[in-house]
Design a binder for this molecule. Structure first.
Ligand code: NDP
Length: 249
C-alpha cells in the first residue's frame, strides 16, 4: 500500500487502532480520526517509530463540518485519499421499553450520520484516486456488525443502525463500483475492545454473561480482515465479510 493514504475513523482504540497499525505496516500513510487526541498522538508516535507516516486528526464525526474538515486536512497534508475505513461506532444495548432515548440519539449520530458524513466527504477523493492513483482503485470499508445481519431482543436500535450501514453500503456499491471505488462491509462478532464499556452497569453485566464462555476476536483479527479486503487486486471486490469468534452462536 506504499504511496497510498488511508483515513481511519475511530482510530483511538480497538478495531480502528489495530486497522491503522496494520495499514501503516503495509506502507499506507494513515490519518487517525477520533475525539481522544491523546490516544491518537500515542498511536501516531508508535507508527512513526516503526517508520510509518501518521497524521492526528481530532474530530467528532457526528458533526458534518468536522467530518468534512477531517477529510480535507488528510488530503491537504497527506496529498490524496485512497482508502477510508469508516469504523467509529458506539453500542448501547438494552430493551426498547423505557430505554434512555439519548442513547439511541448517540448511536444514530455516530453509527449512521457520522459514517454518512465521512463517506460523503471522502467520495470525491476516492473517485479521483481510482482514476488517477497508482493502484487505479480505491476502497471504502464500512464496519458494521453481526448485528447488521441478525436482529436480537435487547439490541433493537444498535441493530437498526448497523442494518442501515449495510443498506447504504450496498446501494453505494452499485453506484460507484463501475468507477473502481470498492465499497466493502465488515461484520464482526464479539471483539475484545472498549465498545461494551459505555453501557449502563446492568446491561454490561448481561453482555458479560452472554459472552462469558466465548473466546472473543481480538481487534487484530478484524484489522487482518480489513487489510485483506483493501489489498486485493484491482479486479477483485470483497463486498462483505462476516467474522465471528468460532464459539459464537
Ligand atoms: P471501541 O470503543 O474500542 O472504538 C470505538 C471508536 O469509535 C473509538 O476510537 C472512538 O474514539 C470512536 N468514536 C466514537 N464516537 C465517535 C465520534 N463521535 N467521533 C469520532 N470517533 C468516535 O470499539 P470497537 O473498536 O469495538 O468498535 C469499532 C467498530 O466496530 C464500531 O463501529 C463497532 O460498532 C464495530 N463492532 C464492534 C464489535 C465488538 O464486539 N467490539 C462487534 C461488531 C462491530 P473516541 O472516543 O476517541 O472519539
Amino acid at each position: 500500500m506504499s504511496g497510498t493514504v488511508a483515513l481511519i475513523t475511530g482510530a483511538s482504540s480497538g478495531i480502528g487502532e489495530a486497522a491503522a497499525l496494520s495499514l501503516a505496516s503495509r506502507g499506507a500513510s494513515v490519518a487517525l480520526v477520533a475525539r481522544r487526541a491523546d490516544r491518537l498522538a500515542e498511536l501516531a508516535d508508535r507508527i512513526r517509530g516503526e517508520g510509518g507516516v501518521a497524521l492526528v486528526v481530532e474530530a467528532d464525526v457526528t458533526s458534518q463540518e468536522a467530518a468534512v474538515a477531517a477529510v480535507r486536512r488528510t488530503v491537504d497534508e497527506l496529498g490524496r485519499l485512497d482508502t477510508l475505513v469508516n469504523n467509529a461506532g458506539v453500542m448501547l444495548l438494552g430493551p426498547v421499553v423505557d430505554a434512555p432515548v439519548e442513547e439511541w440519539q448517540r448511536m444514530v449520530s455516530v453509527n449512521v450520520l457520522g459514517l454518512l458524513y465521512t463517506a460523503h466527504a471522502a467520495l470525491p477523493h476516492l473517485l479521483a484516486a481510482a482514476t488517477n492513483g497508482r493502484r487505479k482503485v480505491a476502497d471504502m470499508v464500512n464496519v458494521s456488525s453481526v448485528a447488521g445481519r441478525v436482529a436480537r431482543n435487547g439490541s433493537g436500535v444498535y441493530n437498526a443502525t448497523k442494518h442501515a450501514v449495510g443498506a447504504f453500503s450496498e446501494s453505494l456499491r452499485q453506484e460507484v463500483t463501475g468507477r473502481y471505488v470498492r465499497i466493502s462491509l465488515v461484520e464482526p462478532g464479539a471483539v475484545s475492545t472498549e465498545l461494551a464499556d459505555h453501557n449502563r452497569p446492568e446491561i454490561l453485566e448481561t453482555i458479560r454473561q452472554r459472552f462469558a464462555d466465548v473466546e472473543r476476536l481480538e481487534a487484530d483479527d478484524v484489522a487482518d480482515t480489513i487489510a485483506y479486503i483493501v489489498t486485493r487486486p484491482r479486479h477483485v471486490a470483497v463486498n462483505e465479510l462476516l467474522v465471528r469468534p468460532t464459539q459464537q452462536q
